[in-house]
Design a protein around this ligand. Structure first.
Ligand code: CAA
Length: 282
């Protein structure tokens, strides 16, 4: 199936980044949010990114105009009826995802793909509530989605090999490098990244080193673009907690048990950059 029109559900940090990526790669793109202020915020973020790219001469004014024309916001899921491919990037809550997958399965044409950007939840369970489990897989982007070159394609036991092949081609058309992972919690990146982030929080809890020194150590000692606390704030402490919980739930490996400080910061609304407070203040 040739993909012409892409739907993105959710215009938060990841959803807006994914919609931006699709629209600037030439796809007619529609992005849906649950209320007008959230939709406006997401669309403004995308328009702002294109303005920045134009100021840096990475886009011509004509390209910015074309990108704007390809991107549309909506509050109504029914507007997705003629999409060839839908990527969901809503909150990491299985009940929400199942409600959404059921609704999308009912309204999309039979050949359309439904992909989840989940970083930790079971994609098999999402596919199982539809009549098209063969057309469902994970397509996991990394923050910031327009910049990070990787996507993980997550193949469930029901995903058809043909779907994997077509989604691989779609990912390449977005300028991404796809890697293939089985549907086990954490896939590839978070299975390796979460224990590292958790270990940094434990070091801080135990007073082994300061926040700034841990960040500096990993930046300058290992050449990472960000230290673990800067990255935690960037990814979101809530997202990190959900990912840790999901992997811990699946494997019961203490390496993934969320540290008390992480849970308490999330409970206090300190979710990182997006809330203005995390390990750093913004
Ligand atoms: N659209 C287009 N371009 C964008 C952009 C956007 N939305 N956001 C940033 N950019 C561009 C900038 O304009 C800049 O372009 P130039 O190099 O041409 O100037 C470039 O990206 C780099 O941005 P900055 O100059 O602002 O900052 P930087 O050089 O410090 O890089 C970074 C920022 C790319 C985020 C870098 O610090 C980095 O790679 N950090 C690590 C991020 C990471 O590990 N992400 C994965 C997290 S894990 C995850 O997401 C998965 C999960 O499930 C938890």
């Amino acid at each position: 199936m040739t993909v012409h029109k892409v739907g993105v559900v959710g215009a938060g940090l990841m959803g807006s980044g994914i919609a931006q990526t699709c629209a600037q790669s030439g796809y007619e793109t529609i992005v849906r949010e649950i209320n007008q202020p959230l939709l406006d915020k997401g669309i403004e973020r995308i328009h702002g990114a294109w303005d920045t790219m134009a100021n840096k001469r990475k886009l011509t004014p004509e390209q910015v105009t074309e990108n704007h024309a390809r991107l549309r916001g909506t509050l109504d899921l029914e507007d997705f009826a003629d999409c060839d491919l839908v990527i969901e990037a809503v909150i990491e809550n299985m009940e929400e995802k199942i409600r959404l997958f059921t609704a999308l399965d009912r309204l999309l044409k039979p050949g359309a793909f439904i992909l989840s950007n989940t970083s930790s939840l079971n994609v098999t369970q999402m596919g199982a509530v539809t009549k098209r489990a063969d057309k469902i897989c994970g397509l996991h982007f990394f923050n910031p989605a327009p910049v990070m070159r990787l996507v993980e394609i997550v193949q469930t036991i029901s995903t058809a090999p043909q779907t994997v092949e077509e989604i691989k081609q779609f990912a390449i058309s977005l300028g991404k490098t796809p890697v293939l992972a089985k549907d086990t919690a954490g896939f590839i990146v978070n299975f390796l990244l979460i224990p590292y982030l958790i270990a940094a929080i434990r070091m801080l809890e135990n007073g082994m080193a300061s926040r700034d020194d841990i960040d500096t150590a990993m930046k300058l000692g290992c050449g990472y673009p960000m230290g673990p606390f800067t990255l935690l704030d960037y990814v979101g402490l809530d997202t990190t907690l959900w990912a840790a919980e999901a992997i811990y739930e699946e494997f019961k490996d203490p390496l993934y048990a969320p540290p008390p400080l992480l849970r308490r910061m999330v409970l206090s609304g300190m979710t990182g950059r997006k809330s203005g407070r995390g390990f750093y203040d913004y």
